[in-house]
Write a protein that binds this ligand. Structure first.
Ligand SMILES: Nc1ncnc2c1ncn2[C@@H]1O[C@H](COP(=O)(O)OP(=O)(O)O)[C@@H](O)[C@H]1O
Ligand SMILES: [Mg+2]
Length: 217
């Protein structure tokens, strides 16, 4: 299992001024790290850097000491991202979205079938496996994206606002699933603006006005 480290990073989009400055944080195996802050505070920006999608303009993002080159490199190091906008292919079914991702990361078709069923079941989506994404509700789509992320069994799991469209029971279930991922040994990072969800995490880094401060460490 792996540790993801952000070291004194300034993170910017294109040539814009940095959204975040001087961020230092590590995500450790077995723990859930909450990233909190109001809308626009930079949660997605920080997770994008952690996922290898956005190279910091200063400082470093490392996985077990190895600097992340880009998203492909991060994928090869088993850094899984569940994006805020769910990132599902609308014209594929829920099951296909998951199977394709498992196969793309080296799983056999048989493994993909098994892991897809195992991931959909705890999210209450077994009955939706063969429905197209565009036929699912927002909450069902969000749960499908979570199932896909879980099926990939990341060493690092980055979850961006993944409970925003869920009712209380599903929110609780998802928190339990993130906890299982940590117990399995993954380093889990959970961006959320929900203080209750953050309270269920082990540590909390709070983003405000371009800076990151520990709310709990
Ligand atoms: N893909 C992007 N391209 C350019 N700017 C972005 C992008 N995503 C976010 N930003 C900018 O980064 C800032 C922080 O946004 P974001 O990281 O999405 O905050 P949060 O996830 O906490 O709501 C905002 O000013 C936003 O406009
Ligand atoms: Mg966001």
């Amino acid at each position: 299992m792996k540790t993801l480290t952000v070291e004194a990073a300034d993170i910017a989009w294109g040539n814009d001024a940095p959204v975040l400055r001087g961020v230092t944080v590590d995500a450790r195996p077995g723990e859930i790290l909450a990233i909190t802050g109001t809308s626009g505070a930079g949660k997605t920006t920080l997770l994008s850097a952690m996922a290898g999608l956005l190279a910091p303009v200063a400082g470093k993002v490392l996985v077990d000491g190895e600097p992340l080159a880009d998203r492909d490199h991060a994928v090869s190091l088993n850094v899984v991202l569940i994006p805020q906008d769910n990132g599902l292919a609308a014209i594929l079914t829920a099951a296909e979205n998951i199977s394709v991702a498992v196969i793309a990361t080296g799983g056999t078709p048989a493994e993909a079938r098994r892991r897809t069923a195992e991931a959909l079941d705890p999210l209450g989506l077994s009955g939706q496996a063969n429905q197209l994404i565009e036929e699912l509700s927002g909450g069902q789509q969000q749960r499908t994206a979570i199932a896909r992320g879980l099926a990939l069994r990341g060493d690092v799991l980055l979850a961006d606002e993944i409970t925003s469209e869920l009712d209380a029971a599903n929110r609780q279930k998802v928190l339990e699933l993130l906890r299982s991922e940590a117990t399995r040994g993954a380093a889990v990072v959970f961006a959320t603006h929900d203080p209750e969800a953050a309270a269920a995490c082990d540590r909390e880094l709070h983003l405000a006005e371009g800076e990151a401060v520990w709310a709990r460490r």
